[in-house]
Design a binder for this molecule. Sequence first.
Ligand code: C2E
Ligand code: CA
Ligand code: CA
Ligand code: CA
Length: 278
Amino acid sequence: AKKAGRNTHFVHQEDLSADSHQRLDIEQALRQAISRDELRLYYQPIIALKGERLVGAEALLRWQHPEQGLLSPDRFMDVAEQSGLIAEIGEWVIRRACEDAMRWQQHGLRLGVSVNLSAIQIRRNNLQSVIVDVLNESGLEPELLELELTESMLLEKSDAFLQLLKNLKKLGVSLAIDDFGTGYSNLSYLQRFNVDRLKVDKSFVLDLSSNEQNRAIVTAVIQMAHSLKLQVTAEGIEHQLVQRILTSLGCDHAQGYLFSRPLEPDAFLGYARSYSER
Ligand code: C2E
Ligand code: CA
Ligand code: CA
Ligand code: CA
């Protein structure tokens, strides 16, 4: 019960019990999911806008639930984090993503892979050794692995965290800030943490062609990023007009349903192969 109580501190007793029961159910099922190998990684293509080349993919977690079908992370990520299961899941994600990226190379496709990290993973002290081990075991070049952090993680100012990011950079992996623009707006960390890329949140991108305010924000983010020598990925591109606008703004990489939804590994491989033969 220690895991269920944390977030439900201020709600009524009835809600609390219902909520924590449900939480425990999901937690139980998630434990089983891990042991029954029901977790999946889907891959969403990432395109370089200049020249329209496929450059890599973002790994996105799914749970192939025996009764409920394919579940998105929003259905189970809270429970995974609050129960601590995210540590094990997150390690599996890094390992599987690197192995899959090596498999793409065996098909002649040298593509990057981006992995989402959770705050809990970066607070545990084994992340660096996990990444070192996975890179060694898989044989993937560190340059092809990108770790996606969110702005709120960068509020953590401990020396240990700074050292962790430094060490990861030293290994050669790259760091991206995910959901950029939705979190804390102190930009000093961009320099301090030596990140490589900003991922503009899809809430600014989805309606870029009709929303002047969002267009102004995205324009400013791209300019700022480039003057700081950072690359920019826009996510949530659903329409060709948005792609054209982002291309004209000099946005580097793009991701969205316009190009492809997240794909299961074989489907991604097929996509990537046909892309490279175009
Ligand atoms: P995110 O990292 O911001 O991932 C992008 C989300 O936007 C994905 O949702 C993706 O399917 C969706 N998306 C991509 N293109 C479009 C588009 O054109 N339009 C719209 N409307 N949506 C688009 P998904 O896969 O459901 O993942 C949700 C979130 O779950 C992710 O947001 C990420 O924060 C988290 N997540 C996913 N996989 C992992 C993981 O392995 N570890 C951790 N810690 N978090 C993960
Ligand atoms: Ca992400
Ligand atoms: Ca994102
Ligand atoms: Ca998000």
